[in-house]
Ligand binder design. Structure first.
Ligand code: HEC
Ligand code: HEC
Length: 331
């Protein structure tokens, strides 16, 4: 343990910070935000589910971040326009407001900047921004809501992405059994789950997976002790900074709702939590867990599933003759 602390501290990861709080745990509960602009979030919710933002008229944000499936798509890598095979696993949008930056490599600073990406990305929704804006502006139901939320009827990319980001800020999953336990209900976890948490802390997982999102707060190399073997070409932060030292450095993912967001890792190559935990032990900590220990950690991880988004399905305002037509089969 002592050696491990030194090793992790030398990487700029501090295990000690959380201990300065009285009786603090390295993981803290999450709560639904209280400062949401409901008008904006309601538009964002509609846009999130609206396939008319895509060229095909078929793909919405929810296609790859399915809110019925933990905010992800449960595929190795996503299916985009024209059945395009995506380059990387779709991360969950749940609790994404907690991310220090967006995307596996952190190339978008925040949710608003991120939301512009997939609409125009030829391998995702493939819709030029100008056309997406034309679609929305042609739909009176949207024009009315934008006028209420933003003060006038102008529909800009800035407002569209602001509304989507405001909706995404609501996608927090509080009240997991682990949170109940943190908040004092000691009966919320079984003894096996508590043992798993103890192992998660004592073996050093919390050096990277801590805080309210149990991750999402820093970048770290994948394959710190042993290289991570993958065919996936993503190089992590290197793509953003060009620094050799950033090769295979990725945003540490949140582990909240991790039971729901298989398959795991940026290449989506690992189907089970058991295997993911064993790989993490080996490549990040140089430690092999027994089957018993792995089972305990997995049992703990499953207590991180919180209340899933729960709202009436948004009803999307209908198109008009002025709405640009979808093109589901074009290149
Ligand atoms: C075709 C599938 C697809 C569609 C459609 C899609 N996304 Fe994504 N999304 C992804 C993938 C794949 C990534 C990871 C890309 C990367 O990191 O390079 C991602 C990343 C994200 C992230 C960052 C999460 C994180 O942990 O870093 C957010 C937030 C997000 N998408 C929101 C949206 C929104 C909002 C829309 C609709 C405007 C949308 N996505 C449409 C597949 C999709
Ligand atoms: C040095 C930092 C570090 C440590 C220590 C660490 N992890 Fe990770 N963890 C990461 C990074 C970075 C990723 C993303 C890896 C990837 O996608 O290629 C990750 C990914 C994961 C995932 C998959 C998440 C997903 O959404 O795909 C799980 C599960 C996980 N870690 C559990 C653990 C457990 C359990 C431990 C302790 C045994 C641990 N980690 C220790 C940095 C770390």
């Amino acid at each position: 343990m002592h050696l491990l602390s030194i090793r992790l501290l030398s990487l700029g990861v501090t295990l000690l910070a959380p201990l300065s709080l009285a009786a603090a745990e390295p993981i803290s509960p999450i709560f639904a935000p209280t400062d949401i602009d409901n008008h904006k979030a309601e538009i964002g919710k509609q846009l999130f589910f609206d396939p008319r933002l895509s060229k095909s008229g078929f793909l919405s944000c929810n296609s790859c971040h399915n809110l019925s499936m933990g905010g992800a798509d449960n595929l190795t890598s996503s299916v985009g326009h024209g059945w395009h095979q995506g380059p990387i696993n779709s991360p969950t949008v749940l609790n994404s407001a907690y991310n220090l930056a967006q995307f596996w490599d952190g190339r978008a600073a925040d949710l608003q900047e991120q939301a512009a990406g997939p609409i125009a990305n030829p391998g995702e929704m493939a819709q030029p921004h100008a056309v997406a804006l034309e679609v929305i502006a042609s739909i009176p139901g949207y024009v009315d809501s934008f006028t209420v939320a933003y003060g006038d009827e102008s529909i800009t990319l800035d407002r569209v992405t602001d509304a989507i980001a405001e909706f995404e800020r609501t996608l927090v999953t509080p009240n997991s059994r682990f949170d109940q336990w943190l908040l004092g209900d000691k009966a919320a976890l079984t003894s096996v789950e508590v043992e798993g948490y103890t192992l998660f802390k004592n073996s050093g997982c919390v050096a990277c997976h801590s805080g309210p999102a149990v991750g999402a707060a820093l970048y770290q190399k994948v394959g710190l002790i042993k290289p991570y073997v993958t065919d996936n070409r993503a190089q992590g932060r290197f793509a953003v900074t060009g620094n050799e030292s950033d090769r295979m450095v990725f945003k540490v993912p949140t582990l909240r709702n991790i039971e729901l967001t298989y398959p795991y890792f940026h290449d989506g190559s690992v189907n089970t939590l058991e295997e993911a935990v064993q790989i993490m032990g080996e490549i990040q900590l140089g430690r092999s867990f027994s089957d018993l220990e792995t089972g305990q950690i997995v049992a703990f991880l499953k207590t991180l599933t919180g209340d899933q988004p729960n709202f009436p399905l948004p009803h999307l305002p209908p198109s008009t003759p002025a709405t640009p037509q979808p093109n589901p089969y074009g290149a």
